[in-house]
Structure formats: structure tokens, C-alpha cells
Design a protein around this ligand. Structure first.
Ligand code: ADP
Length: 335
């Protein structure tokens, strides 16, 4: 069981600085998410030992691994582009990871067979990498990363080269593999928030090399600590507080589309408990499978509402229960 801690870790490049602390508990599945160039891959690179740090400390299961050699860190890594040996077969690719482990031949074979069945590739031992599909290559890369029973598994956008169906399927399998390898901590880099919300025990949102928020998926989605987190973690509406009051406690409000109720007659409910926006004009409607997303204009501002039916009228009212609204001041959550 290995807790991973990054303490005040600093990496400096000419145009970029990574400066963060974060903790992944033993056995936790943590997704790291943020815009392109925010430092996600650099974090994995630092944990694996590929990139040395300027300052700070990294510990894994209580061991200080800040200056530890890559092979001795007990870390497995899977990249987006698989990084497999194309001209070798599946078996040799996996065996490569076991090179530094003294194992008898029989034990090696048993380990390989076990790994191949774990990633759903039984009987693929002799297949050349160049004959495999993208999804199969990523399974081999996973098997190779798991070969040394790592304490931490690092996944750098492993699904981004695959098509949507395969992504969904393999994402679920990755979580199952994580759960089977009891106690293994997984750090999963992605730019897909829906993937992160569905698979993780915890999500770390990164912006400009810093941690913006680190919390359970529900917390990230329902109580975003910053405006950046709110906008990065799904659809929603920001409105300036000046539209409603001259209260200086907050300057912006935010709510999710599913918190918005639409009515085609004026709202007559409890104004203490609800925020009501009258005279919204319907701009467009997007079909989302189980729901419609309706784009509305409220005094020059875009409001997103989720509904079960397409609105009949061009002008509607909407209301939102106040506890479902996030109030921000200077881009940070208040209350
Ligand atoms: P992300 O994975 O979030 O897209 P990266 O961690 O790859 O972001 O990169 C963060 C920033 O660091 C980028 O601006 C990138 O150009 C820069 N960077 C990454 N590696 C190097 C390097 N070896 N030398 C100089 N700059 C780098």
C-alpha cells in the first residue's frame, strides 16, 4: 500500500514553471486534468524519474524517491503513443519490463500469461506489435507497465488515440485492473472531464503548473472551488451578480444546466429559495439523447438549461434553487 506525496515540487522550463504539492492515498485512482500545456505530463515525468526536479520532495509509501533511479522507483508508465517495440512480438515487449527482475523462465512465462489474461489478450504472445490494433497495443503497454507490480501506475492519456467506443470500454477495464491490483495507486492524465468524473476516486485540476482544486469528482462538479474548475468540469452558466443585486459579497454566480427549471408561464414559487430569470429568449436546442440542452438569452447573457421537452414558446422563465448556485468573488468560491 503506497501513498504518493509530492511536496512543493518545482520544475522550471524557459516558458513554464511547475510548482505544486499533492497527495494520492494508497490504492487511490487519481485523475489529473487540465488544459493542454498546463503541466500534466510533466507531473508524471517527475514521479517516474524521467524529469529531475529543481526543488521539493517526492515520497512513495514513506520512501523518499526524489533522487531515486527510475528502475528503483516501483513505478509503471503507459504513454498515449504506446512506446512499444514494433518489430518485437507481444511476449518480448512484456519480457523487456522484467529484464531487471531475476526470475526463472517458468515464473516469467507465468507472469506474462497472467498479465495477458488481465488485459484480455490471452494467446497473443507471438503476435507482432505491427499487426495489432490501437486498442490491442494499449493493452500490451498496460501489461508491460504492470509486469513489475508497480506501487504506482502512471497513465498519460492512454486512450486519446482510440475511437469513442473503444475508449469507453477500455476506460472501464483500466479501472477494473486498478481494483484488482490491490493497493496500487494510479495517476491518470486525461483532458476528458467526463472520463475523469466517471473513473476517479479523486480529481486534481491543474492550471498553469499549479493545483487549482483536488477533490472527489462529486465535489469538483457540484462545489467547484474556483471559476476555472467550474468551467473546466462541465457545462454551466456564469452570470454577473450585478444583474440581481448590489451585494458585494460575490461578483459572479454559476449553476449547472440540470439545476435549471424552465416554465412557460411566469414563476410563482418561493423567491427566497429560488433565483428566477424572467423573459429568457430561446436561442437554440441541442438534443443530448436523454435530454435537451436549451440555450437561452437572459439580458445579453447565455443561460444553459437541461429539459426533457423542447420548449413550445420563444420566451420562457427559468428558476434555480439557491443551494445549487455557486457564488464567486474574484474567481474563488465564497461560503
Ligand atoms: P500537458 O501535459 O498538460 O499538455 P506538459 O507537461 O507536456 O503539459 O507541458 C507543460 C509545459 O512545459 C508546456 O509549455 C511545454 O512546452 C513545457 N515543456 C515540457 N517539457 C519541456 C522540456 N523538456 N523543455 C522545455 N519545455 C518543456
Amino acid at each position: 500500500m503506497s501513498e504518493l506525496i509530492l511536496e512543493n515540487v518545482i520544475v522550471e522550463y524557459p516558458n513554464f514553471k511547475l510548482d505544486l504539492s499533492f497527495k494520492a492515498e494508497a490504492g487511490e485512482f487519481v485523475s489529473v486534468i487540465g488544459p493542454s500545456g498546463s503541466g500534466k505530463s510533466t507531473i508524471l515525468s517527475v514521479i517516474s524519474g524521467l524529469t529531475p526536479i529543481k526543488e521539493g520532495k517526492i515520497t512513495l509509501g514513506g520512501r523518499d524517491i526524489t533522487h531515486e533511479k527510475i528502475q528503483k522507483r516501483h513505478v509503471g508508465i503507459v504513454f498515449q503513443d504506446y512506446a512499444l517495440f514494433e518489430n518485437m512480438n507481444v511476449s518480448k515487449n512484456i519480457a523487456y519490463a522484467l529484464k531487471f527482475h531475476k526470475m526463472k523462465r517458468k515464473e516469467k512465462k507465468e507472469t506474462k500469461d497472467l498479465l495477458l489474461s488481465l488485459v484480455g489478450l490471452e494467446g497473443f504472445d507471438k503476435r507482432k506489435i505491427s499487426t495489432l490494433s490501437g486498442g490491442q497495443c494499449q493493452r500490451v503497454a498496460l501489461a508491460r507497465a504492470l509486469a513489475t507490480s508497480p506501487e504506482v501506475l502512471l497513465l498519460d492519456e492512454p486512450l486519446s488515440a482510440l475511437d469513442a467506443n473503444l475508449r469507453r470500454h477500455l476506460k472501464d477495464e483500466i479501472r477494473k485492473i486498478h481494483d484488482k491490483a490491490e493497493g496500487m495507486t494510479t495517476i491518470y492524465v486525461t483532458h476528458d472531464i467526463e472520463e475523469a468524473l466517471s473513473i476517479s476516486d479523486r480529481i486534481v485540476i491543474i492550471k498553469d503548473g499549479k493545483v487549482e482544486m483536488s477533490a472527489r469528482p462529486e465535489e469538483i462538479y457540484q462545489h467547484p472551488a474556483t471559476q476555472f474548475t467550474a468551467s473546466f468540469s462541465g457545462d454551466g452558466t456564469f452570470l454577473p451578480a450585478s444583474l440581481f443585486s448590489d451585494n458585494e459579497n460575490y461578483d459572479t454566480i454559476f449553476f449547472r444546466p440540470e439545476s435549471v427549471h424552465m416554465t412557460e408561464s411566469p414563476f410563482h414559487g418561493d423567491f427566497k429559495m429560488h433565483l428566477c430569470l424572467d423573459n429568457c429568449s430561446v436561442l437554440s436546442t441541442e438534443y443530448r439523447g436523454s435530454r435537451y440542452l436549451v440555450n437561452l438569452d437572459f439580458r445579453g447573457h447565455l443561460v444553459k438549461a437541461e429539459t426533457t421537452d423542447i420548449p413550445n414558446k420563444k420566451i420562457v422563465s427559468v428558476y434555480i434553487r439557491k443551494p445549487l448556485i455557486s457564488f464567486f468573488k474574484d474567481e474563488k468560491l465564497i461560503n
